[in-house]
Ligand binder design. Structure first.
Ligand SMILES: Nc1ncnc2c1ncn2[C@@H]1O[C@H](COP(=O)(O)OP(=O)(O)OP(=O)(O)O)[C@@H](O)[C@H]1O
Ligand SMILES: [Mg+2]
Length: 350
């Protein structure tokens, strides 16, 4: 069946689902586009803030109706509340107050890895920090929340899609003892570009909540760069232990790091501290240290902003090569000085 024909069937199925006021979901103005990929049928339903509870049965009915025609595809439907979008949608009476943050079953602590700027080493830090926590005896998971540019399949050498149980719940990938979920495992080629706005937050919600994480001490969340909708959705929907901000030592990266810190502070998320990545260069042949970017900037920024400084990671070819090969340094060269730098951070935070 073509994607278009399947989309028509999905709409027909949604015509059988009733909104709280009795109208069919199919014509509801708060419906996002219906995204159909090889592995999934996904859409979001935008509602007025505060109406989450009354829309929960709508989501369940829609899930059941679409699942009947979805075949092998995973059905991913989420409810998102967005003031502006919701005002355009049919108005149901509004109830005050934001929805409560819901913990994720089995997960004791969630730590987000963030940065203002792209390419500073968040994903590298997320993986190696997670492995370092594990080396200290914790049970650890990683959620790759970088919906737009997922890295975990490459960094951890994940292959294929995660398994799905009969009830539609994912069983996470396992790599080096870590439980891992990444949107990158669900997509083929360049499909990642379709996950925007409510779709991105919808995908994140499902990866987080419709996965059997088992019992986990810490879930490390690798965020996209900046302070966009994925960040806001995460901080609003789930209680976080805190955020670790990764920055390189240059001024420009630090300005962006301050923006990220500000965003978390405004949303009342604890800043666990700043990591300075690519802090100094350790010559692979002679071991000499050179501060090529003028190391120490992040430490000064941390001091000025009154947040902890967690440590410095050297710029080292081995870190990049092992990341690219899907063999992260803390797992494959645990005794190296570079791996120790990540272990030191886990000592402070874990
Ligand atoms: N300390 C380091 N030494 C050498 N190379 C590094 C180091 N940290 C990261 N890299 C390399 O820099 C590149 C960017 O790192 P990474 O993907 O972790 O950054 P990111 O902040 O997650 O990027 P994005 O914003 O695109 O998600 C990768 O090729 C990675 O291997
Ligand atoms: Mg990344």
């Amino acid at each position: 069946m073509s994607d278009k024909a399947l989309e028509d069937e999905v709409r027909a199925a949604l015509a059988t689902v009733q909104l709280p006021g009795g109208a069919p979901l199919a014509g509801y103005a708060g419906m996002s586009d219906i995204i159909i990929t090889k592995g999934a049928i996904a859409f979001a339903i935008t509602i007025a803030p505060g109406l989450e509870a009354s829309f929960a049965p709508v989501r369940d009915q829609a899930q059941a109706a679409v699942s009947k025609i979805a075949g092998e595809r995973k059905v991913m439907i989420s409810i998102t509340s967005d003031r502006q979008q919701a005002q355009k949608a049919t108005a149901a009476p509004r109830q005050p107050g934001p929805p409560p943050k819901e913990p994720v079953k089995g997960i004791k602590s969630i730590i987000a890895i963030a940065s203002g700027k792209g390419g500073v080493g968040k994903s590298t830090t997320a993986v190696n920090f997670a492995l370092a926590l594990q080396a200290k005896g914790q049970k650890v998971g990683i959620l790759d929340a970088d919906i737009y540019g997922p890295s975990m399949p490459k960094l951890l050498g994940l292959e294929g899609k995660p398994a799905m149980r009969d009830d539609g719940i994912f069983t996470p990938h396992e790599a080096y003892g870590l439980k891992v979920m990444s949107i990158g495992s669900m997509l083929e080629g360049d499909q990642a570009v379709v996950w925007r706005g409510p779709m991105a937050t919808s995908a994140l919600r499902q990866l987080l909540r419709e996965t059997d994480w088992g019992d986990i001490d810490t879930l490390v969340v690798d965020l996209p760069p900046g302070t966009g909708d994925v960040h806001i959705s995460l901080v609003q929907s789930v209680p976080l232990t805190g955020a670790i901000i990764v920055s390189t030592p240059q001024d420009l990266a630090l300005i962006d790091a301050k923006k990220a810190i500000d965003m978390f502070a405004r949303t009342k998320v604890t800043i666990l501290g700043i990591v300075e990545n690519m802090s100094y260069f350790l010559c692979p042949s002679c071991g000499t240290r050179s501060d090529i970017f003028g190391s120490g900037g992040a430490q000064e920024t941390a001091k000025k902003l009154g947040v902890p400084f967690l440590g410095a990671i050297p710029l080292h070819m081995d870190i990049r090569e092992r990341s690219d090969a899907g063999t992260p340094i803390v797992a494959t060269a645990p005794d190296s000085a570079e791996a120790k730098a990540f272990m030191d951070i886990a000592e402070v935070v874990g």
